[in-house]
Design a protein. Structure first.
Length: 374
């Protein structure tokens, strides 16, 4: 077997940086995609294997001590020099590569989950809505269909690890010969190599593209709610299963209506004479017109409740209520005739004079409390 230092063309005292630079130079020179020489592929594999050993401090130390140290198999003495490090021993007995997953790992992995934020109007929350969302995401490569290889080619067994995905070595210790394993640096633990990667996806089995995702947003959602859409996220490497898509909802502010749970809240301004005499009015609600009866003598901060005209409940069915807070508006600009009529009204009814009384909270505070308790 050729000496690894000779293969890379470096001295035995070379620094890790010098070893890396030598490997990169030779890899660019000997890679089968750029070098058609008959022996280029074999030399490329030898260079890669040499770099895998010399770039790992533990393996390089064992290699420098020679076969008697237990590198790549072999017995011999060596006493304390035979230790490959306590890390290898603990890996073997307490769940390292030797005690964990055996064999090559799959190229196909689950794709990442994705998070999108979608804004909806308050009117759309009442009955739910539909969206066609345009997203940039990872999709399956149509050229190789996730195989990562150029059409007409296929992956081949790694001749360094012979398809196992692992490189094993024997280390002598106080406990005897200990077998440890590490991922093969040539195939990166896959057990296979792709000689001709797909040019469309660069051997990834997936590409970035824009796609449309139809989404049905249920009724009753509220700001901050996250909806999970299984298997609508990104396609995984090598055509692996898709991750999940999460939609985070934001309900846009409405100038008239607000929300309290499943109830809709609003304020209706009533002129003083309508409050005194009573009236019928039509309110343009989010889901159509609502007939509202203002009874004679109604007071500011009273709340009228229209049943089942609120938001559809997210769970359990049915709808909340529409709650209308009354605000009686006192006229501020009266002409001479109107003022005389008001004086006549005042003189016809002996209202008590203004007097001190207990402090009353403001209109909006009253409405808030009554909204909550209505």
């Amino acid at each position: 077997m050729a000496d690894h230092y000779d293969v890379l063309g470096v001295e035995r005292t070379a620094t890790p940086d010098e070893i890396k630079k030598a490997y990169r130079r030779l890899a660019r020179e000997l890679h089968p995609d750029v070098n058609s020489a008959p022996d280029a592929e074999e030399r490329f594999k030898a260079v890669t294997h040499a770099y895998d050993v010399l770039s790992d401090p533990g393996q390089r130390q064992s290699y420098d001590r020679g076969p008697q140290a237990g590198f790549g198999g072999g017995g011999g003495g060596g006493g304390a020099q035979g230790f490959g490090g306590f890390g290898d021993i603990f890996e073997t007995f307490f769940g390292g590569q030797q005690g964990g997953q055996r064999g090559p790992r799959s190229r196909a992995e689950r794709g990442q989950d994705a998070l999108l934020r979608v804004e909806v109007d308050l009117s759309e929350v009442i009955f739910g809505t539909h969206r066609d969302l345009e997203v940039d995401t990872a999709i399956l490569c149509e050229t190789c269909e996730g195989s990562c290889a150029q059409p007409g080619t296929h992956e081949v067994t790694c001749d360094i690890c012979h398809g196992s995905g692992q490189i094993s070595r024997t280390v002598r210790s106080l406990l005897g010969n200990v077998m440890t394993s590490s991922p093969c640096g040539t195939c990166r633990g896959y057990g296979t190599i792709i000689p001709a990667p797909c040019v469309t996806c660069q051997g990834q089995g997936r590409i970035r593209a824009r796609r449309t995702i139809p989404v049905d947003i249920p009724a009753g959602v509220d700001t901050g709610l996250r909806l999970q859409m299984p298997s609508q996220g990104e396609v995984g490497p090598a055509g692996g299963p898709q991750g999940d898509l999460y939609l985070e909802v934001k309900v846009r502010h409405h100038d008239i209506f607000s929300r309290n749970g499943d109830d809709l809240l609003c304020t209706l301004e009533v002129q003083m004479w309508d409050a005194v005499l009573g009236t019928m009015t039509t309110l343009k609600a989010l889901d159509g017109d609502v007939e509202v009866e203002v009874k004679p003598g109604i007071q500011s901060s009273e709340v009228l409740t229209i049943k089942s005209r609120g938001v559809t409940k997210l769970r359990g069915g049915g709808r909340g209520d529409l709650k209308i807070g009354i605000q009686v508006v006192t006229p501020t600009k009266l002409d001479h005739k109107q003022k005389e009529l008001m004086k006549q009204l005042a003189s016809a009814h002996k209202y008590p004079a203004p007097s001190l009384g207990q402090f009353q909270q403001g209109l909006f505070s009253k409405l808030r409390d009554r909204f909550m308790n209505a």
